[in-house]
Design a protein around this ligand. Structure first.
Ligand code: PLP
Length: 376
């Protein structure tokens, strides 16, 4: 198997599993218990919180553990709306993850107004559109750091500055940025920022939400006093420890990330675009994370391409893994190429540090042969 879908999920690092093992075996207490067997785990959770905080330059008290980034995104939007019930307008983009877009669509049904900012052919956002969209009614701006389908980076620093200047809270979905580019909430002053462990080599089912100390917060999940009342539910200590360890490693490996994955991605991209006719890059060539390429193969349905790639042992996708079981075209590529078939003809390849040059060298001829067979 050759795995080229690291934006969907990543393998668990051995060090992460090792760090988690005691909490899946002997140390199974409840951190909220009064006796030491449980209560000593509070320190373990706090260490992980500090590790996650450090990955994004935050104060540990600003980190709330969640079950995933879908929950983090929902919690951030919910918190901003609850803080200002009179403000019934949100600003987001047409290329956000479904965990933001589908919440916004549900809110529209409840009478909220949502402005979905467009992007251009390269997937870039126009800041003037954001300026124009914000009104006195705006409760929240939610714009992602890096796009999961194309890897394109939004100008998050400028977005955060615009929002602060206009007095509107900013939520940033930084799921695809953490561990790939420097994410620092002291630089990019978001009010809320979402993360998920499984995109940087922790297991699935653990996420985090950074909440700025001055940002309002009310929980999405009511329950006990866990997470300082920000999120009820007994802490999943093992997963929290796993995310903490993965965050520590992501931070440690960040200086090497670009150097490791960019040559692999570039070789893959050039190998496809340079040799297979009627292929086209989706997304700005420079302003994107180093591991992602998104290519349309004109005249070839994504589904057929992915099926044959799977048969050849190559894991790839046509867009978001969360929507892979629907036959809808990519909403991201559709926004970038309105009125064309490109969004039904896309292939997303996202490499990781665990990929090898020999794998890339094997994938290029496989893709060439599959594209030729589908076009013959
Ligand atoms: N946001 C982005 C940009 C993503 O890529 C994903 C995962 O695919 C999510 C949010 C949701 O993450 P999770 O699977 O942890 O709910």
């Amino acid at each position: 198997m050759i795995y080229l879908d690291h934006n969907a999920t990543t393998p668990i690092l051995p060090e992460v599993l090792e760090a988690m093992m005691p909490y899946l075996t002997t140390e199974w207490g409840n951190p909220s218990s009064s006796y030491r067997f449980g209560s000593k785990l509070k320190t373990v959770v706090e260490t992980a919180r500090a590790q996650v905080a450090e990955l994004v330059g935050a104060h540990p008290l600003g980190i709330v553990f969640t079950s995933c980034a879908t929950e983090s995104n929902n919690a951030a939007i919910n918190a901003a709306l609850k803080a200002h019930p009179d403000k019934r307008h949100l600003v987001t983009s047409m290329v956000e993850h479904s965990s933001v877009l589908n919440y916004c669509k549900a809110l529209e049904k409840k009478g909220y107004r949502v402005t979905y900012l467009p992007v251009d052919r390269d997937g870039l956002l126009n800041l003037a559109d954001l300026e124009d969209a914000i009104t006195d009614e705006t409760a929240l701006v939610s714009l992602m750091w890096a796009n999961n389908e194309t890897g394109v980076l939004f100008p998050v620093k400028e977005i955060a500055e615009t929002c602060r200047a206009r007095g509107v809270p900013y939520h940033c979905d930084a799921v695809q940025a953490a561990g790939k580019v420097e994410v620092d909430v002291r630089e990019v002053q978001a009010d809320y920022l979402s993360l998920t462990g499984h995109k940087f080599h922790a297991p699935k089912g653990i996420g985090a939400l950074y909440v700025w100390r001055k940002a309002p917060f009310s929980p999405l999940i009511f329950g006990g006093h866990q997470e300082r009342g920000f999120r009820g539910g007994t802490e999943n200590v093992a997963l929290i420890v796993g995310m903490g360890k993965a965050a520590e490693l992501a931070r440690k490996h960040l200086p090497d990330y670009d150097r490791t994955v960019r040559p692999l991605r570039d070789a893959l991209e050039e190998g496809i675009l340079g040799t297979i006719p009627a292929t086209e890059l989706n997304g700005h060539k420079a302003l994107r994370i180093a591991n992602t390429t998104n290519i349309s193969f004109h005249g070839i349905e994504s589904e057929a391409l992915l099926l044959l790639l799977d048969q050849a042992g190559i894991c790839a996708s046509s867009g978001s893994a969360c929507l892979a079981d629907s036959d809808e075209p990519s909403h991201v590529v559709q926004t970038m190429t309105p009125g064309t078939a490109a969004s039904r003809e896309t292939l997303r390849l996202s490499v990781g540090p665990d990929n090898r040059k020999t794998q890339i060298q094997a994938v290029i001829p496989a893709v060439q042969a599959i594209a030729a067979s589908l076009r013959s």
